[in-house]
Unconditional design. Structure first.
Length: 120
């Protein structure tokens, strides 16, 4: 679960390397598939995203385990987010790195799922 001031790596090639959560919408904690407001803390030079830029992100990985309806648990080794356009629900980057949680489909991020190589 992600809350305010949580720092996490980025799972796309938008240019940001590390982001920090500055706002969780509707709840205190965010779970995979939910949108949060983030600020870029570490960035690569000459890319779209600059240090300090504020944008929306969707969580694709979470350390906290998630119980699914079939009885299985899914857990990742680190928290990861992908920068998205909040209104269109499309990613800013052209490539998603690593597997993606299938719960994103229920939140309307089907474009993020289609760009990923693996869906868990």
């Amino acid at each position: 679960m992600i809350q305010v001031k949580t720092k996490m790596p980025v799972g796309d090639n938008s240019g940001a390397k590390q982001i920090e959560c500055i706002k969780v919408y509707k709840r205190r904690h965010a779970k995979p598939g939910q949108t949060i407001l983030v600020s870029a803390k570490k960035v690569l030079p000459r890319k779209k995203i600059q240090k300090g830029d504020i944008s929306a992100a969707v969580l694709i990985h979470a350390k906290k385990e998630k119980l699914r309806k079939d009885g299985s648990l899914i857990r990742f080794s680190k928290n990861t987010g992908v920068l998205v356009n909040a209104k269109k629900k499309t990613p800013i980057a052209k490539r998603i790195i690593g597997p993606v949680n299938e719960e994103l489909h229920f939140y309307g991020f089907s474009k993020v799922i289609s760009m990923a190589k693996t869906v868990l």
